[in-house]
Design a protein around this ligand. Sequence first.
Ligand SMILES: [Zn+2]
Length: 222
Amino acid sequence: MKKPAAVILFSGGQDSTVCLYWAMQEYEEVYPLVISYGHKHLVEFSAAMKIVEMAGLLPNTEFLTLPVTTLKGGTLLGQKSQATGSIADTWVPYRNMLFLTLAFNRAILIGPYTDIVTGVNAIDYSGYPDCRPDFIDSMECTAREASEKTLEIKTPLLFMSKKEIVYLGCTFQGCMEALAYSHTCYNGKTPPCGECNSCILRAKGFAEAGVKDPLIERLTYA
Ligand SMILES: [Zn+2]
């Protein structure tokens, strides 16, 4: 039996798209929350719009544009990186914390049994500390303390490799078609640059799964 409702943080990227189709199997009502924060890649925003439309979720989708100076830091925003150690320099400090807070805010308005879904991944990732299970657990705990509600964060992709995420996407009707419009390139390029960390991880996942990336197929044979 499906659960009542979920707010999904949706970016228009590969993991996010698989997560969206996962959520449609799990919940009666799915509410995508697409947040633009002045980052370089408005192309991702239009990818998100196309995909929610394909998924039939456009009426449920909120497109939230934050002022460009809301978040600062990291090369994704064209700024100096604050990342240290094995964290990629594209890391935007506290972005995921802010996004989850906004998702909790929306979820509580929808109803008491609304989950939050996010496509964070702790396996094939860029070393972001805010994509790890400890952070997610602690954020869930904090949100409960802040509201006296038992909201849950669902992270279906948390322990999956990129290859497994491709396999999962293949099991959902319409997901591969939607992935043909997903956008992952950190350099905001269409066709994808093939050189950034995000492009490399995406290509690796499809190659290991033995599945052709529908985005590349679409752009090649368009
Ligand atoms: Zn790229």
